[in-house]
Design a protein around this ligand. Structure first.
Ligand SMILES: Nc1ncnc2c1ncn2[C@@H]1O[C@H](COP(=O)(O)OP(=O)(O)OP(=O)(O)O)[C@@H](O)[C@H]1O
Length: 231
């Protein structure tokens, strides 16, 4: 049996009277690519932020590599937020320096290699980037952390078709048996060919976790069909 890199048990997160995440329990296996799927407001970002240690649950537990999630684990868990998180006055080369200083194990060569593939260059300023260009920068910076667990919140959002292909290529090139990737997206059809497991969240509750290869072999259902049934 493959080792779980992460397990969450009965995770519940509330914002005032709103229960954003309701008793969610699941395991992530090492080396897999997961799609985190659900309608707007279903709790995907809330779940990612809990796993990244950026917010605390009202109830439940998170285990990372078998121990309760602690501050040190942030070194090997990379979270990419859906919106720009760089200072607008920074140049791309400043982003690299900031990440190098901030994250032990940040792979500068990998960063510049990824940036090179996107058509961006070190002298460009964050404020001058389009939203798609900013997405590429966020992906390059996040993937170059070489984290064991990478959480990408809507990495394909607002990005044109060719750039989405580039981003997916970057993600797949980084994926291996020692790295687990979770990405949320609404582009269900597009991720079908490379996502291995799909986590479905509906109204803050876990609806299902499905191994897509097994699903295709046993029921013949595509990811889109599954989504339509479960959501
Ligand atoms: N800081 C907050 N304060 C109050 N409510 C919040 C906050 N963050 C999220 N929520 C609520 O929690 C629920 C889950 O939100 P979340 O952002 O996790 O959804 P999501 O699945 O990521 O949505 P989307 O696909 O639109 O990005 C929503 O009802 C949202 O309104």
């Amino acid at each position: 049996m493959m080792q779980a890199i992460l397990e969450c048990k009965n995770l519940t997160k509330k914002f005032g009277r709103k229960t954003a995440l309701d008793d969610v329990s699941l395991q992530l296996k090492s080396g897999k690519i997961y799609g985190l799927l659900g309608e707007n407001g279903s709790g995907k970002t809330t779940w990612m932020k809990l796993i990244a240690g950026l917010s605390k649950p009202e109830k439940g537990e998170i285990f990372y590599e078998g121990h309760p999630l602690c501050a040190k684990d942030k070194e090997s868990i990379a979270y990419m937020a859906t919106e720009n998180f760089f200072y607008s006055y920074m140049k791309i080369k400043d982003v690299e320096k900031y990440y190098t200083d901030f994250f032990a194990g940040f792979d500068r060569a990998a960063f510049w290699n990824l940036i090179g593939k996107t058509g961006l260059d070190g002298e460009m300023k964050v404020r001058e980037l389009s939203s798609g260009m900013n997405a590429k920068l966020r992906i390059a910076a996040t993937l170059a952390r070489k984290a064991k667990l990478t959480l990408l919140d809507e990495p394909l959002n607002g990005v044109d078709f060719k750039a989405r292909e580039q981003i997916v290529e970057m993600i797949l090139r980084q994926a291996d048996e020692s790295r687990t990737i979770v990405m949320s997206t609404h582009l269900i059809e597009e991720i079908e060919s490379y996502v291995e497991e799909a986590i479905f969240i509906k109204g803050g509750k876990l609806a299902d976790v499905v191994n897509l290869e097994r699903e295709r072999m046993t029921t013949g259902r595509s990811l889109t069909e599954l989504y339509m049934q479960l959501m």
